[in-house]
Design a protein around this ligand. Sequence first.
Ligand SMILES: Nc1ncnc2c1ncn2[C@@H]1O[C@H](COP(=O)(O)OP(=O)(O)OP(=O)(O)O)[C@@H](O)[C@H]1O
Length: 607
Amino acid sequence: MGFLMDGLEAEDYDRTYSDRELLRRILSYFRPKLGAMVLVAAMIVLVSLGQAAVPLLVSWGVDAVQAGTIGDVAWPLTGALLLTGVLGWVFNFFRQWYSARVTGDVVLHLREDAFDAVLQRDLSFYDETPSGRIVSRVTSDTDDFATVSTLTMDLISQVLMVGFVTVLLFLRSVELALLTLLVVPVVVGLALLFRRLARATTRKAQRSLSRVNANLQETMGGIAVAKSFRQERQVYDEFLPINRQSYQVTLRQGFVFSAIFPVLFLVAGLATVALVQFGGTAVLGDRLTAGDWYLFLQGVALFWFPLTSIAAFWSQFQQGLSASERVFALIDAPPRVVQTGAQPVGRLAGRIEFQGVTFGYDPASPVLRDFDLRIEAGETVALVGHTGAGKSTLSKLITRFYEFQEGRLLIDGRDIRELDLGEYRRQIGAVPQAPFLFSGTVADNIRYPRPDATDDEVRAAAEAVGGGDWIDALPHGLDTDVGEHGRALSMGQRQLVALARLLVQDPAIVVLDEATASVDPLTEAQIQEGLDVVLAERTSIVIAHRLSTIEHVDRIIVLDHGRIVEEGDHPTLLARGGRYCQVYNTYFRHQSPNYRAGSGFVPIGSS
Ligand SMILES: Nc1ncnc2c1ncn2[C@@H]1O[C@H](COP(=O)(O)OP(=O)(O)OP(=O)(O)O)[C@@H](O)[C@H]1O
């Protein structure tokens, strides 16, 4: 199926399925619908028979006119035509209805499986895969797959009809049947040529549209910056050529698509002319009846449509198959984080021990090498260091979002790989720098980790954080709507909600990436108080950005290029004049209330 992937950017987890495997997977989705599919198949045969019967009945009528017996057969023939039409409509209705249901059900399950697979993926998957691409696999790729199933049913119906008509024609006149069949290679050849052109232009159109999308996405993402620098004109000027290009390419695509049908009509017209000529002569020479002649003329039309659609929609068919391949690759993507056991976790004390851990996002260039660290249960540890030192990486390993390559990570003395991952994660409270709030009320967000938490529990958690004064500042208290992504709340309020949420979760280990955005002194004090409550009695790993945090933690760990270069508490490390002092001078010094520009440096010794 390699050719199916032409021009599509492959993801890491993409794979090529053999035709047999792909078919097996597709059929596995259709198998539960076997009953409905048998019904659809029966309807397809009946509809095709009905379609082939109409010209046959009319040809008998024409023969009857020629023979002068039309008066005897007119009514039965009219009745038969009417009946065929009505039955054809009924069969077609059931065919369409049941095939729509089969396709709908299959897409429903495929989408459910794809979404479930997305939820099961490790965080590393989301770091590496742009979210837009994941969304398109779950939505448009499954839709493309549905198109295949609809097309397949249509094609089967049309192929059957062509089969029936061919048999009829050969029964009437072998010579003229062969003449009619001459049109087949021409139509197929043209349709294949069209397919190549259509594929190339469609691909270009898709690419140009994705350029437009990317440009729009970036504009929307940075709209605040663009507006504050009054760059609207420049943004517009950048958009213009990209949009124009998309217009041109789409126009070309439209031209190719609208050119093919007139060309195919022309071929069918020429074939009809030939049949009129040869058939007419044959009728005059009494070698053929007028009815047969009519049947052949109809045959060209009946032939023409299915053949063109089979050839012309072949590329759509391929597109759908490759879409199904992409969806299956998403479903089958192997997990990066591999658990060797699923031991019950119980309530954790929270002792964490890295033993000779080596880890790299790309295993070829490790971020941590033979890394050792022991954090005692209930200890609060601050990780500090320059950007890229490995602070977030350590926290991602503790939350088990990434798989390490060597060494061991022990939690309460037990190998992290042997624990039940779901249970383990429930005891880890992770707070990112910019806490994410889901749309809903503040109370909904606080209740998020434990939906069965009562209103009183939610209120108690909110009040425990920063004395609860912050709730009064919200327009509707805990019932305040947080807006999309929590935009209706200030940064500080979002952090307070995240801390209250953590209290409801009641984790044994907290991994907190402190916000760098500064908040007003009152909120700062509330957050600090909130932190004191949340971190008490729990093992806490804080990626520290605030002076008040590093002043109060049990131990500060200074990281540099994935190694611990110094550790101890704040006064000890300050007095030592080592690497910590460099970090302090760079990131924390200016946060002191006594700070004056250019002052407050701690001396760095030669150690
Ligand atoms: N998802 C990722 N894929 C590949 N490399 C990564 C990824 N995340 C981090 N890295 C690399 O790993 C190294 C450590 O990064 P890490 O994010 O742990 O640093 P940090 O100390 O938390 O920095 P910061 O304070 O800027 O967040 C850096 O060299 C970084 O480029």
